[in-house]
Design a protein around this ligand. Structure first.
Ligand SMILES: CC(C)(COP(=O)(O)OP(=O)(O)OC[C@H]1O[C@@H](n2cnc3c(N)ncnc32)[C@H](O)[C@@H]1OP(=O)(O)O)[C@@H](O)C(=O)NCCC(=O)NCCS
Length: 172
């Protein structure tokens, strides 16, 4: 699948804001935040959000690079680019994740110039952990953190060891 990365527009934020993941993945639903806050936060280039479209222009995922992908309480001392990803709910669980994440890593390497990446994933979310492990990420630490309903155990993984099996077919 050829994917295209673009800046988050207000239109895309309003689209992804109503994406609904089934429990237990509903912690990733954005809908609980006020829409105005989401629009201003996710369209601010400083926060590093990008929309990911397929060949037909449909938005199939969005990603984030930088501190917004961190969870309060984690150890972020090592130099690395933090990544967060959200695949459209109806596309999850079908084996698409590693390809989309790999394309996001390729995009970040090319556009942001980074090659050490880190991801923070809820410990229960074995699906996401597995998807990142398939791209050469390893668990580095665990912690209980986050605030309010997001407080839980989290796992931090990094890809410092370098082995990455990633497609290189991304356009932007
Ligand atoms: C995380 C995400 C990108 C993964 O993509 P995906 O296409 O849904 O994942 P896949 O279908 O490729 O599954 C990945 C692996 O997890 C496995 N898996 C799926 N559900 C699982 C479960 N409940 N327990 C353990 N493993 C599971 C799959 O079998 C697959 O491993 P395999 O290829 O060795 O068989 C996507 O689910 C998503 O965006 N989810 C919502 C947001 C989120 O969780 N973000 C993560 C924080 S950054």
């Amino acid at each position: 699948m050829r994917l295209t990365f673009g800046p988050m527009s207000e239109e895309v934020v309003r689209l992804v804001a109503v994406w609904t993941y089934e429990p237990p993945y509903d912690i990733y639903n954005l809908a609980s935040a006020p829409i105005d806050e989401l629009v201003s936060g996710l369209t601010d280039p400083a926060n590093g959000y990008y929309a990911i479209a397929d060949e037909t222009g449909d938005i199939i995922a969005f990603c984030c690079f930088g501190p917004d992908a961190r969870v309060p309480g984690g150890d972020y001392a090592a130099p690395a680019i933090d990544i967060g990803i959200g695949l459209r709910p109806d596309l999850t669980g079908q084996g698409l994740g590693p390809g989309v994440i790999g394309a996001a890593l390729d995009f970040a390497e090319a556009v942001l110039g980074g090659h050490a990446f880190r991801v923070t994933i809820a410990a229960f979310n074995r699906r996401s952990i597995r998807a990142f492990e398939k791209l050469g990420f390893d668990e580095k630490s665990r912690f209980v953190g986050g605030s309010g309903p997001q407080q839980r155990e989290w796992v931090i993984l990094r890809n410092d060891d370098g082995e990455a099996m990633r497609p290189r077919q991304v356009a932007w």
